[in-house]
Design a protein around this ligand. Structure first.
Ligand SMILES: Nc1ncnc2c1ncn2[C@@H]1O[C@H](COP(=O)(O)OP(=O)(O)OP(=O)(O)O)[C@@H](O)[C@H]1O
Length: 593
C-alpha cells in the first residue's frame, strides 16, 4: 500500500555508506567537469613540484659542501623557482575551486530544496521542518569542507608521501622501504579508524544536531502557544535536556577524534625516530653525504608534516561525509507520490469527479478509512460535506488533490485518473481555500496572486473585492504591498481566510474546494463572504466542507460523512424532512444555537 513513508529523523535512520556518499559528491563535481579537471590538474602539478622541493634543497647543500657540481646559484635558482611555481599552481587551483564550489553548492542546495519540496505531504507531517533546514545547510557547508580538504589536502598529502617514499626507495632502499611501509600503515589505520570507529558516533551526534534544529523550529512556530501558557521555562528545560543529550554524543565523538589523532601521532613519531636513526647509521658508515642527510631530513620533516595534516584531513573529510549524507540520502529517496513516467498534464474539463470503489488507509492505521467508497459529483454540482470530526471529510479533499494515493479503486476527474496525470497540473486545476490558510511572508498582492503570478494589479484588486478583502487591505499601512509576517501572522484569522478566498477567485479553476473557509468570520462578514463564494461557484464544481449549516444550506447536495462512509445524502430540505438521522440532529442543534 502507499502512503507509508517515514523520514529518518525519529525512526529507523537510513545511513548511507561512505561509498554511496562519495558517489553523490562525484555527481556534484561532475556538474562542471572542465572546472573540475582544471582544479585537479593544477593541484597535481603543484603536488609534483612539492615532491621535488626537498630534492632541490639537497642538491643546493651538495653544491655548497663540495659534493655536487659547484653550481650553487643554479641550484638555488632551481630551489626558488620550484617554490614559486608550487605556490603559483596552488593559487590558480584555489581560484578555480572558488568558482567551481560556490556554483556547485548553490546548485546542490537548490536541488535538495526542490527534492524535499516534492516529498509527499505525509513525509512532511512526519518530519521536523527545523531538522530539514539543519540537514540542508549542514550538507551545503560539508560539500565545501570535503572538496577543499580532499583536493588541496588529502590527495596531495598521499601523493607527496608516496612520491617521497618512492624517491627514497631508489636512493636508499632500506630507508625508502621503511618510510613507505610506515606511511601505508598510517594511511590505512587513519582511514579505517575514521570510517569504523569515528563515523558511527559522529552520525549519532549529527542526528541530535538535527533534532536540536527541529526543536528550535517547533518551539518558535508554536511560540504563541508557549507564551499563551507562560511555558517558556518548561520549553527551556525541554531544550536544555535535548542540548545535553547532544552534548553527551558530541563529547564522545570528539574523544574518538582525539583517540584517532593519538594513534596518528604515535605513527608519525615512529617514522621520524626510525628514519633519523637509520640515516645516522648510514652517515656513520660513510654511505650518506651531508647533502643526502639534509635531503632526507627535509623529506622527513615534509612527510611528518604531511602525515599530521593527513590525519586531520581524513577526519575532516569523514566529518564532511557524515554531514552531507543526509542530503545524499534525500537525493536517493524516491518521491513518495511520483508522477507516472511520461504522464501527460491534466486537461481541465467541466469538473466531474468520480470516486470508484476507493479504499484508503492512512500510514500507521490498521483499518482503512475508506472501504469500497464510490461517489459521483457531476460537473457544476455544489456539494457540501458534513459530519462529525474525524469522519473523513478533509481526507476526501486530499484524495481529490492526490496528496495521497488510494490503496484500491480509482479517482477520476473529467475522465482522467488522478494517478495518470502530472500532480502539478492536477492541483493547479483545483482551487483550495483551506481552514487555516498559510500565507507567505510576502506582500498581500503576491499572496493573492500565488495561483496566477502573472495576474495584473487590476485582476488582484478585482479578486480581493469579490472576496470582500479589498476594504481591509486598503486600510493596512502599505495596502496591497503590506508584508503579512511568517505564515500571515500579522493578519487576523478572518482576514487570512479572505486573502485565501481572493487567491482562489484569481486561480479561476473549474473545481473549487472550501475547507471550513468561513469558520473564522463573524456572522456579518461570513454572510458577505458567502455571497462572494456563491458568486465564484457559479458554473463550477464546488466542494464545501462546513460545520455551520448556514454555509451549506444552499448546496445542491449534502453528503453526511460518518467513519469514512456517506451515511446520508440529499438537499437540506430532503434531509431535514427525514426527521431523524445525523443531519437532522445537526440541523436541530444548529437551530437551537
Ligand atoms: N496524516 C494522517 N495520518 C494518519 N491518520 C490521519 C491523518 N490525517 C487524518 N487522519 C485520521 O483520519 C481520520 C479522518 O480525518 P479527516 O481529517 O479526514 O477528518 P475530518 O472529517 O475532516 O475531520 P474535521 O472535521 O475535524 O476536520 C481521523 O481519524 C484522523 O485522525
Amino acid at each position: 500500500m502507499t502512503g507509508h513513508f517515514d523520514d529518518d529523523d525519529a525512526r529507523a535512520p537510513r545511513v548511507l555508506s561512505n561509498t554511496a556518499v562519495l558517489a553523490f559528491l562525484w555527481r556534484q563535481w561532475m556538474r562542471r567537469p572542465w572546472f573540475f579537471a582544471a582544479l585537479v590538474g593544477f593541484t597535481l602539478i603543484a603536488t609534483t613540484i612539492d615532491v621535488f622541493i626537498p630534492v632541490a634543497a639537497g642538491r643546493l647543500i651538495d653544491t655548497m659542501t663540495g659534493t655536487g657540481d659547484g653550481r650553487h646559484w643554479a641550484a638555488f635558482a632551481l630551489f626558488l623557482g620550484l617554490a614559486i611555481a608550487f605556490n603559483a599552481m596552488r593559487q590558480i587551483a584555489v581560484r578555480f575551486e572558488i568558482r567551481f564550489s560556490s556554483a556547485n553548492m548553490a546548485d546542490m542546495t537548490t536541488e535538495s530544496f526542490a527534492r524535499v519540496q516534492r516529498f509527499a505531504l505525509d513525509w512532511h507531517a512526519n518530519t521536523f521542518a527545523g531538522s530539514v533546514v539543519r540537514k540542508i545547510t549542514r550538507g551545503m557547508w560539508a560539500y565545501d569542507t570535503i572538496t577543499a580538504t580532499l583536493w588541496f589536502g588529502l590527495i596531495p598529502s598521499v601523493l607527496v608521501m608516496a612520491g617521497l617514499g618512492v624517491y627514497m626507495l631508489f636512493t636508499w632502499p632500506l630507508v625508502g622501504l621503511y618510510a613507505l611501509c610506515v606511511t601505508a600503515l598510517f594511511i590505512v589505520a587513519s582511514v579505517l579508524m575514521s570510517a569504523l570507529y569515528v563515523r558511527p558516533q559522529n552520525i549519532r551526534s549529527n542526528r541530535l544536531d538535527s533534532e536540536l534544529g527541529g526543536a528550535v523550529a517547533d518551539a518558535m512556530s508554536g511560540i504563541a502557544t508557549v507564551k499563551g501558557f507562560g511555558a517558556e521555562d518548561r520549553e527551556d528545560q525541554r531544550f536544555h535536556a535535548l542540548a545535553w543529550r547532544w552534548r553527551g554524543e558530541v563529547k564522545k565523538t570528539w574523544l574518538r577524534f582525539v583517540n584517532t589523532w593519538l594513534v596518528q601521532i604515535i605513527a608519525v613519531l615512529a617514522l621520524q625516530t626510525g628514519l633519523t636513526g637509520l640515516l645516522i647509521g648510514l652517515w656513520q658508515r660513510g654511505e650518506a653525504s651531508p647533502g643526502a642527510v639534509v635531503f632526507a631530513i627535509t623529506a622527513f620533516m615534509l612527510m611528518a608534516g604531511y602525515m599530521r595534516r593527513f590525519g586531520e584531513e581524513v577526519q575532516n573529510v569523514q566529518r564532511g561525509l557524515d554531514e552531507i549524507q543526509d542530503i545524499a540520502a534525500y537525493a536517493r529517496q524516491e518521491t513518495q507520490i511520483a508522477d507516472a513516467p511520461g504522464a501527460p498534464d491534466f486537461v481541465p474539463g467541466p469538473g466531474a469527479i468520480i470516486f470508484d470503489r476507493v479504499r484508503f488507509t492512512y500510514a500507521g492505521q490498521n483499518r482503512p478509512l475508506y472501504e469500497d467508497f464510490s461517489l459521483e459529483i457531476p460537473a457544476g454540482e455544489k456539494v457540501a460535506l458534513v459530519g462529525p470530526t474525524g469522519s473523513g471529510k478533509s481526507t476526501f479533499v486530499k484524495l481529490v488533490q492526490r496528496l495521497y494515493d488510494v490503496d484500491a479503486g480509482s479517482i477520476r476527474i473529467d475522465g482522467q485518473d488522478v494517478r495518470e496525470v502530472t500532480q502539478g497540473s492536477l492541483r493547479r486545476s483545483i482551487a483550495l481555500v483551506p481552514q487555516d490558510p498559510a500565507l507567505f511572508h510576502r506582500s498581500i498582492a503576491e499572496n493573492i496572486a500565488y495561483a496566477r503570478p502573472d495576474a495584473s494589479m487590476d485582476d488582484i484588486i478585482e479578486a480581493a473585492k469579490r472576496a470582500r478583502a479589498h476594504d481591509f487591505i486598503t486600510r493596512l499601512p502599505a495596502g496591497y504591498d503590506t508584508l503579512v509576517g511568517e505564515r500571515g501572522v500579522k493578519l487576523s484569522g478572518g482576514e487570512r481566510q479572505r486573502v485565501a478566498i481572493a487567491r482562489a477567485v484569481l486561480a479561476d479553476a473549474q473545481i473549487l474546494i472550501f475547507d471550513e473557509a468561513t469558520s473564522s468570520l463573524d456572522n456579518e462578514t461570513e454572510r458577505e463572504v458567502q455571497e462572494a463564494m456563491a458568486d465564484v461557484m457559479a458554473g463550477r464544481t464546488a466542494i464545501v466542507i462546513a460545520h455551520r449549516l448556514s454555509t451549506i444550506r444552499d448546496a445542491d447536495r449534502i453528503l453526511v460523512f460518518h467513519e469514512g462512509r456517506i451515511v446520508e445524502q440529499g438537499t437540506h430540505g430532503e434531509l431535514r424532512a427525514q426527521g431523524e438521522g445525523v443531519y437532522a440532529r445537526l440541523a436541530a442543534l444548529a437551530a437551537a444555537e
